[in-house]
Design a protein around this ligand. Structure first.
Ligand code: FE
Length: 189
């Protein structure tokens, strides 16, 4: 074998080694990417359900059916994402043990034991009943807010802020009373 042939073989071997190394490197990054993707998805699932559109909710009714079943205020809040006037809901004053259910579909959403006086003028809770909500977001006021939806019918309930009681969850679910109905506990005297 002459000198030029040896040099050519050596450079081919170098290219091959570099190619194998590059392929292994790419496999490593692909694996890393997949691991990161999976961990992000797991994190998202920890929050609550976040349906892409309202057709994914279990309870489905036509707009006319919702209009017929709900009061004007309930329809405005639950189906049009409206907000009731502050301090207008009789549910602001409820402090007896019981459950707050969705006024549209009856889904159990909140319990009195997690209600607190926030001073906002709307019924406030530091947490929902686990798995009862779906979360979305809106930018109606020019900034992003976490929106609380009924996990069963997709009705708009209110918004969730992170300025709740520090001694419990630190969260404040600011909920329209018109979106709720209160069912007192049966066992109380
Ligand atoms: Fe509902």
């Amino acid at each position: 074998m002459n000198k030029s042939k040896i040099q050519l073989t050596t450079s081919c071997e170098n290219i091959e080694i570099k190619y194998i190394f590059w392929t292994k490197k790419m496999k490593f990054f692909r694996l890393l990417f997949l691991i990161l993707l999976c961990s992000c998805e797991t994190g998202a699932q920890k929050v609550e359900n976040t349906p892409n559109d309202k057709s994914e909710f279990e309870v489905q009714k036509s707009e006319q059916e919702w209009k017929d079943e709900l009061s004007d205020l309930q329809y405005y809040v639950l189906r049009k994402a409206g907000t009731e006037p502050a301090n207008s809901s009789p549910l602001n004053d409820v402090d007896e043990p019981g459950t707050f259910v969705c006024a549209a579909c009856g889904n159990s959403l909140y319990e009195t034991k997690h209600k607190f006086e926030s001073g906002s003028g709307w019924p406030s809770f530091d947490r929902s009943i686990e798995g009862s909500l779906a979360l979305s977001s809106d930018t109606k006021l020019g900034y992003k807010r976490d929106e609380a939806l009924c996990g069963q019918c997709g009705g708009h309930l209110g918004h969730i802020f992170n300025d709740g009681p520090r001694e419990t969850t630190g969260m404040r679910h600011c909920i329209n009373g018109a979106a709720l109905e209160f069912i007192p506990d049966k066992n109380q005297d």
